[in-house]
Design a protein around this ligand. Structure first.
Ligand SMILES: [Zn+2]
Ligand SMILES: [Zn+2]
Length: 394
């Protein structure tokens, strides 16, 4: 059964045509104002909209074409999934707390599963990315949009080796920034004001033909002023969030993070959770190449998919004359040992990168030195004999 609240509610939203966020907002307001609670077994027209909402954001576990207005077990299971993810008690009922979260404006990218062809986890395999801005919003000028887009990208530049450069729309670009209303070219239409604020596509291949692009719903009243006036949305915050998707990050459960799916006012910084998610994705982004004599890559240590603290053993233990760093992140500490047990009581060399390294060749391990790129410190006990046995990357 479903229970009537004390007050008489507004009419039910028209579920048949309720494909829009406006209908969803009516639905949520209805629930909030009347205190209706829905339980498994109930029949109610708003069940259709709740199912649509859960499906849209990745929580629906039932059949794809379900259209019934009955509160079935699949809806209950899906609601539990949503409630759990949002830190609510997973009751499986449609209650006030659940409706309250669903009524908040948010990002259009699903919290679980795919978006168009997208799945979180893809990342750019290059460091320099370009972006172009197609249009400005109704409230913001092109200059204002460009200014705040740049600042939003700068947040991610601070946490990754990625660098973003604005180019003309006519030039090749990795990321396109678009303001649109309703259907705007990608078959993922925006709703009216409120509901979904924006969405973005993951890097190729996950993002499909729109990989990296960020779309903003121009039905919102965008602003760059903080504190924001009621009803206005901070463009900086939403842009920074969407660009998180553009570089491959999914949503985070931490309500204090920028990558949390719901918008609750300006958040113009990366929380620790955001920064570490970005670091995890882009930190270990390099390769060490060891050269034996004049010959090329006798030994390759590729730490693209590894995490700080990882130990590597070269494929061969031959005399090494030089080492090349390729695409190594800033602040990387590479310890090279000539003892297989990597004992610091033996000879070892520590290389610390002072900035992102595109390519850098180190000579034989003889003298400690420092330049703009690296600080190299040799700890000789017996004289490094050039045989590399173990490398530790931090
Ligand atoms: Zn998002
Ligand atoms: Zn779009």
């Amino acid at each position: 059964m479903w229970e009537e609240g004390a007050r008489e509610g507004p009419p039910y939203p028209d579920s048949a045509s309720g494909q829009t966020g406006q209908a969803k907002e009516v639905l949520m307001k209805y629930q909030l104002e009347t205190g209706v609670v829905l339980y498994p077994g109930d029949k109610h027209p708003i069940v259709i909209s709740i199912r649509e909402y859960l499906a849209r954001f990745g929580y629906w576990v039932g059949a794809a074409k379900a259209t019934s207005d009955e509160f079935d077990s699949a809806l209950s299971t899906s609601l539990k999934r949503f409630q759990k993810k949002m830190g609510l008690e997973p009751t499986g009922y449609f209650d006030y707390a659940t409706a309250f979260i669903m009524s908040k404006p948010r990002c259009g990218v699903p919290d679980i599963g795919s978006f168009a062809e997208g799945t979180a986890g893809g990342r750019w395999n290059k460091r320099y990315l370009t972006y172009a801005i197609e249009n400005a919003s109704e409230e913001l000028s092109m200059t204002e949009v460009a200014d705040f887009v740049q600042q939003a990208f700068a947040l991610w530049e601070g946490a990754t080796p990625l660098r973003f450069e604005k180019v003309d729309l006519s030039k090749n670009h990795d990321i396109k920034i678009v303001f649109g209303r309703g259907e705007h070219g990608d078959d993922i239409p925006f709703d009216f004001q409120g509901g979904v604020l924006a969405h973005a596509f993951y890097p190729s291949p996950y993002g499909g033909p729109f990989a990296g692009d960020a779309h903003f719903d121009d039905a919102e009243i965008w602003t760059i002023q903080v504190p924001t006036d009621p009803g206005k949305i901070d463009f900086f915050t939403v842009a920074a969030h969407e660009f998180g998707h553009s570089i491959g990050l999914g949503h985070l459960d931490d309500p204090g993070s920028l990558m949390y799916p719901y918008y609750s006012g300006p958040h113009r910084y990366l929380a620790n959770a955001d920064a570490s998610a970005a670091r995890d994705m882009y930190a270990a982004f390099g390769q060490l190449q060891f050269y034996e004599g004049n010959n090329a890559t006798q030994n390759l240590v590729d730490f693209t998919d590894d995490r700080p603290g990882q130990n590597f053993r070269p494929k061969q233990n031959d005399e090494t004359r030089s080492m090349r760093l390729v695409n190594v992140r800033k602040g990387c500490v590479i310890s090279v040992f000539d003892h297989p047990k990597a004992k610091t009581s033996d000879d070892y060399t520590v290389i610390r990168t002072k900035q992102f390294i595109d390519m850098y060749v180190l000579g034989t391990y003889e003298q400690s030195y420092e330049d703009a790129f690296v600080a190299v410190s040799h700890k000789h006990k017996n004289g490094l004999d050039g045989k590399v046995s173990r490398i530790k990357v931090d």
